[in-house]
Design a protein around this ligand. Structure first.
Ligand SMILES: [Zn+2]
Length: 340
């Protein structure tokens, strides 16, 4: 199945909002983890999203360590590999902080705009601008400028209002004031005033409600998904018929009840990173522990090529991560609902 067109991607978002489900958005850092994510979505019969952070993109670029190069290489591989899947796989770039946005978003959006002008599809279906470290008015002013550029390239913009706690790649929310982890209805109405509610270009909104990147001991994170409901109600009062399409960052370790509440209040994209990373690496550890005398050349022995061939542990790792992605698709209600 070719990747969704921009219209088909918008139809995916509409279907999720109308059907009260959400897409898993799986962070990947290699073609192995990309294939694992595609496989998990296909196994679940779910459409979904694969995404890279700027740090993941820099890693993908190998010795060049250039996030733009890595993002372009990722997109090129994904356009080929995802086309073989029976479901729609959309491509996204995750957090880019304000100070890095010019060097990352601008060239990628320019390339998408050129591709669209030539009758093709954009490089990415959506891209995030994370201005959450800026004062809100500055964040919204910058987000509105990026929305114009993204819209012109047929790309959906994701922006963040509030701060996600914890740390992930270039994003460090570990020192955020606790109250900044929670968006307010007033913040959300100011967002709609600055960016519209879809008429100036579609955007996805990472409105924070206590989310934290990474995994945490039970009780350490206090999610308040009702913040999302209150924001929808405030928006509907201000603009009848309008809605926010929310994104849930830091989902790893959340309870089913928390996920269901957030999706019920309009979350259409749920990022999955930490748990997918762990599933992949846990399987590698199992392989090494199960076959230690094959993966190692012990006491002058030869080891076992069948055990140390990177495909041997790679296949186990991909299968384990695919299972976790399929589980996420089930939990989020996306399984069996592909529009492809
Ligand atoms: Zn995030």
């Amino acid at each position: 199945m070719p990747l969704p067109t921009p219209d088909q991607f918008r139809a995916m978002i509409e279907a999720a909002a109308a059907g009260r489900f959400a897409y898993p958005a799986v962070n990947v850092t290699s073609t192995q983890t990309l294939n694992a994510a595609i496989r998990g979505l296909a196994e679940a019969g779910a459409d979904g999203i694969v995404q890279v952070t700027t740090g993941g993109a820099a890693y993908l670029a190998g010795p060049a360590a250039d996030p733009v190069l890595g993002a372009r290489a990722f997109a090129a591989a994904a356009h080929e590999l995802a086309a073989a899947a029976p479901v729609f796989v959309a491509l996204h770039t995750d957090h880019v902080p304000a100070e890095k946005a010019d060097g990352f978003l601008r060239p990628l959006l320019a390339e998408s705009a050129a591709r669209v002008r030539a009758g093709g599809v954009p490089l990415f279906h959506s891209q995030m601008f994370d201005g959450s470290t800026l004062p809100l008015e500055d964040n919204l002013r910058a987000s509105a400028r990026w929305l114009d550029l993204a819209h012109a390239a047929h790309v959906v913009l994701e922006l963040e209002v509030g701060v996600v706690g914890g740390a992930e790649d270039d994003v460090d929310g570990t020192r955020a004031e606790p109250e900044r982890l929670y968006t307010t209805s007033d913040d959300l109405l100011r967002t709609a005033a600055a960016l519209g509610a879809g008429e100036r270009g579609r955007y996805l909104l990472a409105a924070t409600f206590g989310n934290v990147h990474g995994s945490h001991a039970p009780g350490q994170v206090r999610l308040r998904p009702e913040i999302l409901r209150d924001g929808q109600e405030a928006l509907a009062r201000a603009r009848p018929g309008a809605r926010f399409d929310y994104v849930f960052h830091g989902s790893s370790g959340s309870t089913v009840a928390e996920l269901e509440a957030a999706i019920g209040y309009g979350v259409v994209k749920v990022n999955l990173d930490t748990d997918a990373q762990y599933a992949f690496t846990r399987a590698v550890a199992s392989h090494v522990l199960d076959h230690w005398d094959g993966v190692l050349r012990v006491d002058g022995g030869l080891g076992d090529k069948g055990a140390y061939d990177p495909r041997a542990w790679g296949r186990r790792a991909e299968a384990a991560m695919a299972d976790r992605v399929a589980e996420a698709a089930e939990q989020l209600g996306a399984a069996g609902r592909s529009l492809a």
